[in-house]
Ligand binder design. Structure first.
Ligand code: SAM
Length: 306
């Protein structure tokens, strides 16, 4: 039996055809006019999620105005040793990079699309910088509208390592052991359609208080140098999107956003430049989101990278 599935989230036009043909349930491969071009970037895909091993700044296969909610945490430029990304560039270059991906996210979001951006409040490594203030300004310059800011109290006291001048007013450091989640939207804050919300009364009351307290994720446990806990995207997804919405994480890392998307019955797209992290994300989806081989056989569209 030949089935045709239309993926409205993928770009139509000369390069990519949005019609994908599944030959039958036992055949993993899809057919489309330029399948090689896109499929070489697909690391892993089921009927509801897709991981692309690609550079977010270069992709052209996600359709503009197609994403309901973006949840992400970009590189912070604090010299974290990622495999495929240099996390120690000048602050000026970092802000240029930031402008590019913020503008790209803006294009991909629907008019009532939202953006939960996990970033540091500020940084002192390599010189003090007002990261949150600067990124907020750039986000607004490229078109995003400001909605609110959630303070994430990570309770991470290990950050208290630099005192500047100990017990002296000469040059003390003040460090807030928190991060923020900047909440933005494209054009309209009120969603254009009514959809199904799955948030409980307790969650709604607790999470609309803009100070969230839960621990960070263990790097060693996850195998990634800067993961956020699944609780972060889970809250953003349940509070700001409907069941069945499409969630995008342009800096997927170890896959936390996709795990939260699967667990909350949303569709998810993740872009990650590093193949090793794509592999970790896939393994975590299997382990932590309950996607198993049985489901693969029923759901899988493409899984070219083992
Ligand atoms: C802060 S980490 C994200 C961690 C993620 N939230 C998690 O829970 O694992 C940022 C990620 O962005 C990736 N990255 C950097 N530049 C990228 C680019 N241009 N396109 C896609 N991914 C990129 C890095 O490899 C890194 O894994």
């Amino acid at each position: 039996m030949v089935q045709t599935i239309k993926y409205s989230i993928f770009k139509s036009g000369s390069k990519i055809n949005k019609k994908y043909l599944i030959k039958d349930m036992n055949n993993d491969l899809l057919e489309d006019i330029n399948k090689k071009e896109v499929s070489s970037k697909v690391y892993f895909q089921t009927d509801s999620i897709c991981i692309y091993n690609d550079d977010f700044l270069k992709i052209d296969y996600i359709k503009d105005n197609s994403i309901d909610l973006i949840v992400t945490s970009p590189p912070y430029n604090v010299d974290i040793h990622y495999n495929a990304y240099n996390d120690k560039i000048s602050y000026y270059d970092y802000l240029i990079f930031t402008r590019k991906w913020l503008a790209k996210c803006f294009r991909l979001a629907k008019n009532d699309g939202r953006f939960c951006l996990n970033i540091p409040l500020d940084k002192n490594k390599g010189g003090q910088q007002s990261v949150y203030a600067d990124i907020t300004t750039i986000a607004k310059q490229v078109g995003w509208k400001y909605h609110s800011t959630i303070i994430w109290n990570e309770q991470n006291i290990s950050r208290r390592t630099a005192w500047g001048s100990w017990l002296s007013a000469r040059a003390p450091y003040v460090i807030a052991p928190v991060e923020v989640i900047l909440v933005l939207y494209k054009k309209y804050w009120r969603k254009e359609n009514f959809g199904k919300s799955d948030i409980t009364k307790e969650e709604f009351v607790e999470w609309t208080n803009g100070v969230w307290t839960f621990s960070g994720e263990s790097r060693t446990k996850v195998g990634h140098p800067a993961p956020f806990p699944i609780e972060l995207p889970r809250r953003c997804i349940k509070l700001f999107s409907y069941v069945g919405d499409t969630i995008l994480d342009p800096f997927l890392g170890s896959g936390s956003t996709l795990i939260a998307s699967v667990k909350t019955d949303r569709k998810g797209i993740g872009i990650e430049i590093d193949k090793n992290y794509c592999k970790i994300a896939k393994q975590r989806l299997i382990r932590e989101a309950g996607i198993n081989q049985l489901n693969f056989n029923k759901l899988i569209i493409k899984n070219i990278n083992g």
